[in-house]
Design a protein around this ligand. Structure first.
Ligand SMILES: Nc1nc2c(c(=O)[nH]1)N[C@H]1C(S)=C(S)[C@@H](COP(=O)(O)OP(=O)(O)OC[C@H]3O[C@@H](n4cnc5c(=O)[nH]c(N)nc54)[C@H](O)[C@@H]3O)O[C@H]1N2
Ligand SMILES: Nc1nc2c(c(=O)[nH]1)N[C@H]1C(S)=C(S)[C@@H](COP(=O)(O)OP(=O)(O)OC[C@H]3O[C@@H](n4cnc5c(=O)[nH]c(N)nc54)[C@H](O)[C@@H]3O)O[C@H]1N2
Ligand SMILES: [Mo]
Length: 756
C-alpha cells in the first residue's frame, strides 16, 4: 500500500541537516515567536492577543494542557503556544470563492501544510453526491441535512461522534448529551490515540485515571523522572517548572531514546539569565533507552528497591495497597540480561538511577506518548505506578504520577463524558438530570470506528474538531473507510486533510476558536477548560470572530440537537443563549463541580478532587491501590530491521504543520526525514543524506511503504529510528494497538529501509 506524497503543492521537501542542539528556548525562540505571529497576525493584534494568553481574564492557550502558575508571568506563553494562537488568529480566510477556485481533487492533492496555511474557514460548505466542488450552504440547510441523514439510519449506532481535545467543557458536555439522547455511546476521541493507556492503567491501579500532582508538587520534588516526553517542543512551559524544581535542589532523570535539547538545558526567555546567560542544565542522568524498554527498566528498578533493605515504605504498602507479594515474586524472577537487552542500557546507569531514587523522599514520574503508544503501554504505565507505590510516592506533597496531557482540554472533555465506555454512575446521573434513558452498551473508540466504517456498519461520521484521517493510523485504510460513509461532517476552524477525504456527501461547519469573542443572546460568554493537573478555569476569547457568520461549537450542537431530537426535554435553546445554565447542569451531574459558576470566578479557577492525592484513598473496588505484575514485554526486532517511532517536530501541532523546520534537532526545510543511529545506518548501507523508502512489516505478513525519506545520521538509541507523523502514519497498521487501551502503537513500528 504505497502512499503518494501530495503533488501540485508549492512546498518543496528538501531537508538540510545540521545536527542536534543542546539547549531549548533562549533568544532564538523569542525571535521565532515574533516572526511567526507578525506574519500571521500583524504587530498590534499580535501583542494584544498574546498578552491575554493564560491570564486570569484572558483565554486558555489552545496549545498544550500544561497548567498555569498561580501568579502567571505577564507573558505566560511559549514559542509553540504563540504559534498555536497565531494559527487561529491569522488574518487569512478560506471563503466560498476559495472553494470555487479549488475543486476537491485539487485540495486532495495538497499537503496538510498547504491546506492549513490558507486561513480560517468562514462559511458552511457542502459537497453534494457526485459533485467535485464544495458549495456554500446556509446553516439551517446544513443542519437539516445532518438531521435528516441521522434520522434515516437503521439505528443510532450507525453514527459516530468524534471529538478532538480543544472543545470547551460546555460544548463537550452538550455534545455527549446529544449523542446519548440520540442513542449511542459512539464517542471516540483523540484521547484514544493519546493518553488512553495512562487512563486505563491509572484507573485500574489507583482508581482515578488522571495525574495526581499539582504544579507546586513539581516545584517541591526531590527527584523528577521524565520518561517518553519531549517538553522542549510539546510542553515548553513545563521547562520553567523543571527549572524551578532544579533551583530548589531537585534532580532530574530523563528516559528517552533521543537526546532532546529541551531536557538538556533550558534558557528561560522570561529571565535575563536565560536570555543572555547559559541557562539551566536540567537532566542529571540521561538514560538513553531503546524504544519500548521502559517496562523492563521500571521492573528492574522495582526489583532493586524490593531487594534494598529499608527502601520500601512498608507502612504505606501495608495500609494502602494490595498485591505487593505478586510484584515481589515477579521482581525476584527479573534478571539483568533481559533488562539490558530490552533497554539497551548498561548496568551502571541503572544503578546510578537507583542511588538517586533512594536519596529522594519525594519522587514524581512525568510521561507522555513515549510510554503510551506501545503494544505494552498499559503494563508499562502500571509498572511506573508500582515504582511510585513502593516508596509511598502517591498522596504525598512533591510526589506522584504525572501523565502530561496533550490537547488543551482533552482531560476536560473526558471529565465531561466524552468517552465510549462511560461509567454506569455517570450515565445514571445524566439520565436522571435530563429525563432520558442513556444507552448502556459501550461504543466505538477511534480504531473500532475505522473498522466499523470500513465494514459499512457506520454511515455517518461527525467530528467536533480534529483531523481524523490524518491523525489516525494506517492512512490508506482509514481514508478508504472514510470514503464508505454516507455523510461526513467536520466542525473545524481550519482546512485539513479530513475535508478532502469524504463520504458520499460531506459538510464543513466553520466554528469560533478559543481566542475569539463568543457572543450569544444573553451577552458575551465564557467557557471552561481543565488542564493536565485537574485545575478547572474560565477562558474568555477577546478577538473579533474570524467571520461574523461563525457559530460556536456549543451553538452548533444545540441547533443540531433541536432538529434531531424534537421530543427532547433538554432546554437546548436556553443552553445556547447562556452557557452559565449549562454549567449549572454540569454541577448537578459531575462530582467535583458543585457551585461551578461561582468557583470559576476565582482567579486560577479550582482543583477537581483527586482522592489518592487528597487523602491517600483509592476508589478501586478494593478501596486500595493495586500493585500489578504483568509479564515484561519489549518489541521484537528481526535482524536487519529498525524500530521506528513516529513523533512531532518543533514546527507542528499534531497534524497542523506550522513550518518545515525542527530547530532543536537541526533539521531545516523538510519533513520527510528518518533519524537513524550512524552505525545502524552504515550497517544497512545508508550514508547520511541518502534517500530511503520505509516499509513496515506487520505480524500478519502485510507491508506498508512510505517512499522518499532522507536518512539523517542521528544519535538515537541503537536499533531505533524516528520519523514525523502524520507523514509516517501510513506505516502504522490499524491492528497494531496497545492491549486494553487500543491506542495505536505508533512508537514501535518494525521497518526496513530500501534505497529510494
Ligand atoms: N508544539 C506542540 N505541542 C504539542 C503537540 C504538538 O504537536 N506540538 N501535541 C500535543 C499533544 S496532543 C500531545 S499528546 C503531546 C505529545 O507530547 P510528546 O509525548 O512529548 O510528543 P512526541 O513528539 O510524540 O514525543 C515523544 C517523546 O517520547 C520519546 N519516546 C518515544 N518512544 C519512547 C519509548 O519507548 N520510551 C521512552 N522513554 N521515550 C520514548 C521520543 O523520543 C520523544 O522525545 O504534546 C502536546 N503539545
Ligand atoms: N503516528 C502517530 N499518530 C498520532 C500521534 C503520534 O504520536 N504518532 N499522536 C496522536 C495524538 S497524541 C493525538 S492527540 C491525535 C490528534 O488528533 P486530532 O486532535 O484529531 O488532530 P489535530 O491535528 O490536533 O486537529 C487539528 C484540526 O483541528 C481543528 N481545530 C483546531 N482548533 C479547533 C477548535 O477550537 N474547534 C474545532 N472545532 N476545531 C478546531 C482544525 O481544523 C485543525 O485542522 O493524533 C494522534 N496521532
Ligand atoms: Mo495527544
Amino acid at each position: 500500500m504505497p502512499s503518494k506524497p501530495p503533488s501540485g503543492d508549492p512546498v518543496q521537501d528538501a531537508p538540510e541537516v545540521s545536527g542536534p542542539q543542546h539547549a531549548a528556548a533562549g533568544p532564538a525562540a523569542v525571535g521565532h515567536t515574533l516572526r511567526m505571529v507578525r506574519e500571521q497576525m500583524g504587530v498590534t493584534r499580535a501583542a494584544r492577543t498574546l498578552l491575554r494568553v493564560n491570564q486570569p481574564d484572558g483565554f486558555d492557550c489552545p496549545g498544550c494542557a500544561w497548567p498555569e502558575p498561580g501568579k502567571p508571568h505577564t507573558a505566560e506563553f511559549c514559542e509553540n503556544g504563540a504559534k498555536a494562537v497565531a494559527e487561529e488568529a491569522t488574518r487569512l480566510r478560506v471563503t466560498p470563492a476559495f472553494f470555487e477556485e479549488h475543486p476537491l481533487p485539487d485540495l486532495a492533492g495538497r499537503s496538510g501544510y498547504w491546506l492549513g496555511r490558507q486561513g480560517r474557514l468562514t462559511h458552511p460548505m457542502y459537497l453534494a453526491e457526485g459533485d467535485d466542488h464544495y458549495r456554500p450552504i446556509g446553516w439551517s440547510a446544513a443542519l437539516d441535512l445532518i438531521a435528516e441523514e441521522l434520522r434515516s439510519l437503521s439505528g443510532p449506532d450507525e453514527a459516530v461522534f468524534y471529538t478532538s481535545g480543544r472543545t470547551s467543557n460546555e460544548a463537550a458536555f452538550l455534545y455527549q448529551l446529544f449523542a446519548r439522547e440520540f442513542g449511542t455511546n459512539n464517542l471516540p476521541d483523540c484521547s484514544n490515540m493519546c493518553h488512553e493507556s495512562s487512563g486505563s492503567a491509572l484507573t485500574e491501579t489507583l482508581g482515578v485515571g488522571k495525574g495526581s500532582v499539582l504544579l507546586e508538587d513539581l516545584h517541591r520534588a526531590d527527584l523528577i523522572i521524565v520518561a517518553g516526553q519531549n517538553p522542549g517542543t510539546n510542553h515548553p512551559r513545563m521547562l520553567s517548572a523543571l527549572e524551578r524544581a532544579k533551583q530548589s535542589g531537585a534532580r532530574i532523570i530523563t528516559v528517552n531514546p533521543l537526546p532532546e535539547a529541551g531536557m538538556e538545558r533550558f534558557k528561560n526567555p522570561q529571565t535575563a539569565r536565560g536570555l543572555a546567560g547559559g541557562g539551566t542544565a536540567l537532566t542529571d542522568l540521561f538514560l538513553q533507552i531503546r524504544l519500548g524498554g521502559d517496562q523492563a527498566l521500571f521492573r528492574m528498578l522495582n526489583k532493586l528497591l524490593i531487594d534494598t533493605p529499608g527502601a520500601v515504605d512498608e507502612d504505606f504498602v501495608r495500609d494502602h495497597t494490595l498485591g505487593y507479594e505478586t510484584l515481589a515474586d515477579a521482581a525476584r524472577a527479573t534478571g539483568w540480561d533481559e533488562t539490558l537487552r530490552a533497554t539497551g542500557l548498561d548496568r551502571e546507569a541503572i544503578e546510578q538511577a537507583l542511588a538517586m531514587i533512594l536519596a529522594s523522599e519525594r519522587t514524581i514520574v512525568c510521561w507522555a506518548m513515549g510510554l503510551t503508544q506501545h503494544k505494552h503501554a498499559v503494563p508499562t504505565v502500571k509498572e511506573v505506578v508500582n515504582f511510585l507505590l513502593l516508596r509511598g510516592n502517591i498522596g504525598r506533597p512533591g510526589a506522584g504520577v504525572c501523565p502530561v496531557r496533550g490537547h488543551s482540554n482533552v482531560q476536560g472533555d473526558r471529565t465531561m463524558g466524552i468517552f465510549e465506555r462511560p461509567a454506569a454512575a455517570f450515565l445514571d446521573a445524566l439520565g436522571a438530570e435530563f429525563g432520558f434513558d442513556p444507552p448502556r452498551e459501550h461504543g466505538l473508540d477511534t480504531v473500532r470506528s475505522i473498522r466499523a466504517l470500513r465494514d459499512g456498519r457506520v454511515k455517518v461520521f461527525f467530528a467536533m474538531g480534529g483531523n481524523f484521517v490524518a491523525a489516525s493510523p494506517d492512512t490508506a485504510v482509514t481514508e478508504d473507510a472514510m470514503r464508505r460513509a454516507r455523510l461526513t461532517v467536520h466542525v473545524s476552524t481550519k482546512l485539513n486533510r479530513s475535508h478532502c477525504v469524504t463520504g458520499t456527501r460531506a459538510l464543513i461547519l466553520p466554528t469560533l476558536g478559543r481566542t475569539e469573542r463568543d457572543t450569544q443572546a444573553s451577552g458575551d460568554q465564557v467557557v471552561t477548560v481543565e488542564d493536565s493537573m485537574g485545575m478547572v478555569h474560565a477562558s474568555r476569547g477577546r478577538l473579533a470572530p474570524a467571520d461574523p457568520g461563525l457559530l460556536s461549537e456549543t451553538a452548533i450542537v444545540c441547533r443540531l440537537a433541536r432538529r434531531v431530537l424534537p421530543a427532547s426535554r433538554t432546554p437546548w435553546e436556553q443552553f445556547e443563549r447562556d452557557y452559565a445554565t449549562i454549567r449549572d447542569r454540569i454541577a448537578r451531574v459531575i462530582p467535583g463541580f458543585e457551585d461551578f459558576n461561582h468557583r470559576i470566578t476565582a482567579p486560577g479557577g479550582f482543583a477537581l478532587p483527586h482522592a489518592p492525592r487528597d487523602s491517600r484513598s483509592f476508589p478501586t473496588p478494593s478501596g486500595r491501590a493495586h500493585f500489578t505484575a504483568a509479564p515484561v514485554e519489549h518489541p521484537h526486532v528481526p535482524e536487519g530491521r529498525l524500530l521506528l517511532q513516529t513523533l512531532r517536530s518543533h514546527d507542528q501541532y499534531n497534524t497542523t504543520v506550522y513550518g518545515l523546520d525542527d530547530r532543536y534537532r537541526g533539521i531545516k526545510g523538510g519533513r520527510r526525514v528518518v533519524l537513524v543511529h550512524p552505525e545502524d545506518a552504515r550497517a544497512l548501507g545508508f550514508a547520511d543524506g541518502a534517500y530511503a523508502d520505509l516499509t513496515s512489516e506487520w505480524t500478519d505478513g502485510t507491508t506498508r511503504t512510505a517512499p522518499g525519506f532522507r536518512v539523517v545520521h542521528y544519535p538515537t538509541a541503537r536499533g531505533c529510528a524516528a520519523a514525523y507523523f502524520p507523514e509516517a502514519n501510513v506505516l502504522v497498521p490499524l491492528d497494531a494497538t496497545a492491549d486494553t487501551s487500543n491506542t495505536p502503537a505508533g512508537k514501535s513500528v518494525v521497518i526496513r529501509l530500501t534505497p529510494a
